[in-house]
Ligand binder design. Structure first.
Ligand code: UD1
Ligand code: CA
Length: 449
């Protein structure tokens, strides 16, 4: 059955107290919008439409960052959730099958829940996702009779009796695409807010003789983000879940509560993650790799058998092949380290290719930036880069070559050659003793004065 997704993301989010549109605030290093899109992506939708309004350009860009194929439509002005859905009609007019409405600011709906809603459509014309609220506050209330949903009553329009109901509307709704748009077209705005309420489609559907039903999910799934405090709570909830999942998947976390994951972090079975490790976006750690304490990783790939840290930083484009060793106070950016490369200490490798089994000495720096442009360093296989080598890019060091410690390498080094790029050492016999004597005499004279 083809599925279309309509993601509402036009709202301002006043209570965030922010210049950034609400759905672009991040949880687990990803905009809230991406969380909603990811939940929807589990249904393999044929079409996805994001309804934008406040910060439309930025929101549309973020949607395309997630998936180029996503379409966006502008809702201006914002007259309510039914009005928002109606804006998607021209883009989905001929779309067969089901439509699901999600909110861009509600990141935690589970794929299984959305699947359950599609299945419930076999029994009902309109399916609404509901939850039992601890504190129903200002949520819309679900008025039910047995298995049937009679209506959704917005808090502002509800009687005291209706307000006492704790079964609430999450906002997620599913119906046949054509039915949804024809219902939405009938919604009026004669209510306490003067808005076009999407929730009105339940009663409109029933007037047509269609049935409406509820799928109930856990309240944690429907958590919407309206304030910075809720954003922080959502981050904590995401991390708690990600840690539990990693442990379930056979990842060792020495101190789970100190490890932070991104929405797209992938970690293989039998990987070991030490304390205080932060994963930014775009990280894959293969099975059996080890990330020791206090590492910061983003946009990188760590292969089987590699070990990283403690105190290492892998930046976007760091690609570590099998059995690579990256030690403490090492930064790697946009560089490919082939199998068995060792970079043990205090080193910066940026914009570089390093061949297999090459050893990079302590304090090595690839000088990749000339103040205007970036340049690449190429180091061959089984080479030995002496400690404190400055590799001034663009430069190539051949297979099996060596550089002397402290060298500044500005020219290519042929395979199997030794390159020395430093001042030649001179020893002056007895000079140190004389210097010490003179300096001590000066100090003693000062002390008397
Ligand atoms: C809505 C529901 C309410 C439900 C609650 C759950 C309606 C009328 N009410 O209320 O029953 O309990 O969500 O959180 O649907 N949006 C637009 N354009 C608009 C208005 C809203 O895109 O013109 C988007 C918002 O950005 C947001 C979502 O729709 O992502 C919900 O809008 P919001 O104003 O937060 O609805 P609530 O009043 O919370
Ligand atoms: Ca809301």
């Amino acid at each position: 059955m083809p599925v279309s997704l309509i993601v509402l993301a036009a709202g301002m989010g006043t209570r965030m107290n922010s210049d950034l549109p609400k759905v672009l605030h991040k949880v687990a290093a990803a905009p809230l919008l991406h969380h909603a899109l990811q939940a929807g992506a589990s249904l393999s939708p044929d079409k996805v439409v994001v309804v934008t309004g406040h910060g439309a350009e930025e929101v549309a860009r973020a949607a395309r960052d997630y998936d180029e194929a996503i379409e966006t439509v502008l809702q201006e002005p914002q007259l309510g959730t039914a009005h928002a859905v109606a804006q998607a009609a021209p883009l989905l007019a001929d779309a067969p099958g089901e439509a699901i409405v999600l909110y861009g600011d509600t990141p935690f709906i589970r794929p299984e829940t959305l699947q359950a809603m599609l299945e419930a459509r076999a029994r009902h014309g309109v399916v609404v996702l509901g939850f039992h609220a601890q504190d129903p506050g200002r949520y819309g209330r679900l008025l039910t009779a047995g298995d049937e949903l009679r209506a959704i009553r917005e808090f502002k329009d509800a009687t005291d009796e209706e307000r006492a109901i704790t079964l609430c509307n999450s906002g997620v709704i599913c119906a046949e695409t054509r039915t949804l748009f024809s219902l939405v077209a009938e919604v009026g705005n004669d209510n306490a807010s003067g808005e076009y309420y999407l929730t009105d489609i339940v009663e409109l559907a029933r007037k047509r003789g269609l049935s409406a039903g509820v799928v109930i999910c856990d309240e944690t799934e429907t958590m919407g983000i309206n304030t910075r405090a809720e954003l922080a709570q959502a981050e904590a909830a995401f991390q708690a879940r990600a840690r539990a999942e990693a442990l379930d998947n056979g990842v060792t976390l020495t101190a789970p509560e100190t490890v932070f994951f991104a929405l797209d972090t992938v970690i293989g079975r039998d990987a070991i993650i030490g304390p205080n490790v932060l994963f930014g976006p775009g990280v894959t750690i293969e099975s059996g790799a080890e990330i020791k304490g206090f590492c910061h990783l983003e946009g990188c790939h760590v292969s089987r058998g590699a070990d990283v840290g403690p105190f290492a930083r892998l930046r976007p484009g760091a690609e570590l092949a099998e059995d690579v060793h990256v030690g403490n106070f090492v930064e790697i950016k946009n560089a490919i380290l082939d199998e068995g490369v060792k970079v043990g200490h205090l080193t910066y490798i940026g914009d570089a290719d390093v061949g297999e089994f090459t050893n990079i000495g302590a304090g090595t720096v690839t000088c990749n930036y000339d103040g205007v442009m970036k340049h690449r360093t190429r180091i061959g296989k089984r080479a030995f880069i002496g400690s404190d080598t400055m590799l001034v890019a663009p430069v190539t060091v051949g297979d099996g070559a060596m550089t002397g410690s402290g060298s500044v390498i500005t020219e290519d080094v042929p395979a199997e050659a030794v390159a020395l790029g430093r001042a030649k050492q001179v020893n002056k016999p007895g000079l140190a003793a004389k210097l010490f004597e003179r300096l001590r005499a000066i100090k003693a004279a000062k002390g008397k004065a």
